[in-house]
Design a protein around this ligand. Sequence first.
Ligand code: SAH
Ligand code: SF4
Ligand code: F3S
Length: 437
Amino acid sequence: MKKRAYIETYGCQMNVNDTEVIFSILEGAGYSRTEKMEEADLVMANTCSIRDNAEQRIWGRIEVFHQLRASRPGLIVGIVGCMAERLKDKLLDTHKVDLVVGPDAYRSLPRLLEAVRPDAPQIDVLLSRDETYADITPVRTDRGGISAFISIMRGCNNVCSYCVVPYTRGAERSRDANSIVREACDVYQRGYKEVTLLGQNVDSYLWKSETETVTFANLLERVAAIAPDLRVRFATSHPKDISDEVIYTMAAHPNICKHIHLPVQSGSSRMLALMRRKYDREWYLERVAKIREVMPDCGLTTDVIAGFCTETEQDHADTVSLMDQVGFDWAFMFAYSDRPGTLANRTMQDDVPADVKNRRLSEIIELQNRKSLERYRSQIGKELEVLVEGPSKRDPNRLCGRASNNMMCVFPATGRSKGTYTTVKVVDCTSATLICE
Ligand code: SAH
Ligand code: SF4
Ligand code: F3S
């Protein structure tokens, strides 16, 4: 009989896609996917290490898995992803999980699962220079069948001083461009209308074969050429690397969505230098100006860290003024979390007290809420083309879908169906949704 695998996914979109790759590999080992933990033979968490609180959540989930294992003898409990890479010993020794597999080792899952015994946990956390899972067709876990994630690269070469990703995901490598285009064609043929190309720094995508060299702009162009009604999105862009070529390519193709997630992290050039972001405030503002010059309606979102090592009130004020000046549609904002092994952890003091970090975080969240409302209000009266995703969460009698600029719209269901494009008129808004007729 087929065995069943249940996986919970934490962290970034890359992890969501990795879980889909894992399900595909597990199929080869006789496991089918279940969404019910209670009926599973294999229970896993695909984990994130980006901040301490991300890891704390997982320790709690492992307890829940262990309780299930107590009532279901033979149940295999596995931890995969970034935390597996970072905390392998603690997971095996103190937390007694059966299986620990890092982000580059998913191909060894079938072999490890064969070998797992109650007294013989299995582990593979080797990082690779060339693994991109290019030939594996992910088992899509999105519910809608409209929008698919496609990984175009893995790892990161940027050693930002606060960040664990280079340690948990290894060196940057780009995936074969032809396999990316094939995967995008394949999902389009299966009815998907949107693909999101994923990487930690998509602008440094570079793939070479004997006959060709493909940059990120070239790749965007090739995916956009698949079909005019296939939308193309991407994340994440790095301010130091986003090129004019990418900006012009976006502008030239109506089906490349006009939205850029461009994490700034701080508005203070002194902080940016300590963070090793390799750009300063002026550079960032220049990139934003270029984007808006070429694509005035382009959506812009960002990530911000409050309270990084040595951050002063002046540095914080610089972040506030940058956010005020740019006016992002939306931002992910975090209090700095010291991560063991990073450059900041080894060479700097996490010296901003928790209460100061939290106060600064609240200040930027409060500012961003106002800015988001302003940005969403500026859309009132406009007609936007949206891709219908399905019923709205709040009101099942209405539908929801995103505009090209990534803003979520809700609108009446009459005469419209999932997976089609429709034009709606914005009549009202909140700071996160456009209400349309
Ligand atoms: N590759 C992307 C983002 C990766 S992580 C980039 O370079 O921007 C997503 C976000 O988590 C980061 O943009 C950053 O804002 C936040 N982050 C990363 N490490 C963090 C840490 N140690 N403490 C708090 N936030 C962190
Ligand atoms: Fe982390 Fe920087 Fe790489 Fe982003 S670019 S994943 S923040 S090291
Ligand atoms: Fe987290 Fe790893 Fe993604 S640390 S943010 S799951 S790359």
